[in-house]
Ligand binder design. Structure first.
Ligand code: IPD
Ligand code: CA
Ligand code: CA
Length: 278
């Protein structure tokens, strides 16, 4: 796998994020096939020993290289970590995106690391551990897959669109509404997949495998890196009201991401869910 070089002022920090992701991946691989402790945080929301050990390794690498940069990480990172705006830089980390997949040894599952600077997401790294595939992006400096340039598909007709989604799995008050929306999309688009790792869904959209992705209820660590990948791959990523400015949809709990060409069609299908957050 080639080392990504984006020729940007962020290459040094990107290198740190890639090193941290690779260390996290090495830890995750040690747990494959091993019996490990699993704890349910809430219904259907799990944390395994591997999530915790990988996060520790990732944070150690980030803190060693950039001790001045705070971290927002899924498995707990201090009381002030969740603020939306930051003064300066902040890492946003999901040590395993796709924990349920990992628990059942079903690919994909990935490490996701993003760098936020003030009100902007400036770089993103998604390392699909199950396929050993690395996606990197730096704002204004493009997307790379395994160190080579990549970008979104050119599908323009919604009837040809190959889409991904995330099912409701933790809170079910809007499930009927979601299923109605999914029903119209299944009828109007080519097909829909549910792979169980939002960071990978976004990476696969960014590099042209999917034409669109939508999910309600995602957290910032699920999408932070993916937002940069999609934008830099030439795609569009917004909430269900079509707000894609600044940090949106990092904290909006609604993600509609496409190659750009099918965005209006996907948003139109999601219009009844404009006010839904989980
Ligand atoms: C989950 C995955 C999944 C998505 C969930 C996320 P986790 O992340 O991205 O695809 O449907 O909403 O929470 O819990 O495996 O890190
Ligand atoms: Ca996640
Ligand atoms: Ca996770």
């Amino acid at each position: 796998m080639n080392q990504p070089v984006h020729n940007s002022p962020y290459d040094a920090v990107l290198e740190v994020a890639v090193a941290a992701a690779r260390r996290g991946a090495a830890v995750i691989r040690e747990y494959v096939g091993q019996h490990h402790r699993v704890r349910a945080k809430t219904t259907n929301d799990f944390v395994t020993e591997a999530d915790e050990a990988a996060q520790e390794a990732i944070l150690e690498t980030l803190n060693d290289a950039t001790p001045e940069v705070p971290v927002l990480a899924e498995e707990g990172s201090g009381p002030d970590a969740y603020s939306e705006s930051v003064d300066g830089r902040r890492w946003i980390v999901d040590p395993i995106d796709g924990t349920t997949n990992f628990m059942h040894q079903v690919p994909p599952y990935a490490v996701s690391i993003a760098l936020q600077e003030d009100d902007a997401l400036v770089s993103g790294v998604v390392l699909d551990v199950s396929h050993d595939e690395l996606f990197t992006a730096v704002a204004g400096h493009g997307l790379q897959r395994n160190g080579a340039p990549a970008g979104v598909s050119d599908t323009s007709d919604f009837s040809d669109a190959f889409l991904a989604t995330g099912f409701p799995y933790r809170r079910f008050e809007h499930t009927e509404q979601y299923l109605d929306v999914l029903g119209t999309i299944l009828r109007d688009a080519r097909s829909v997949r549910r792979h169980g790792a939002a960071a990978v869904d976004l990476a696969w959209l960014a590099c042209g495998r999917f034409d669109g992705f939508f999910e309600t209820g995602l957290s910032p660590w699920d999408v932070a890196a993916g937002i940069v990948l999609v934008r830099e791959g030439g795609g569009r990523i917004t909430d269900y009201r079509d707000d894609g400015s600044g940090l949106a949809p990092l904290f909006d709990q609604q993600v509609c991401a496409t190659n750009g060409s099918v965005h209006r069609s996907l948003l139109a299908h999601l219009s009844s869910m404009k006010d839904v957050r989980l």
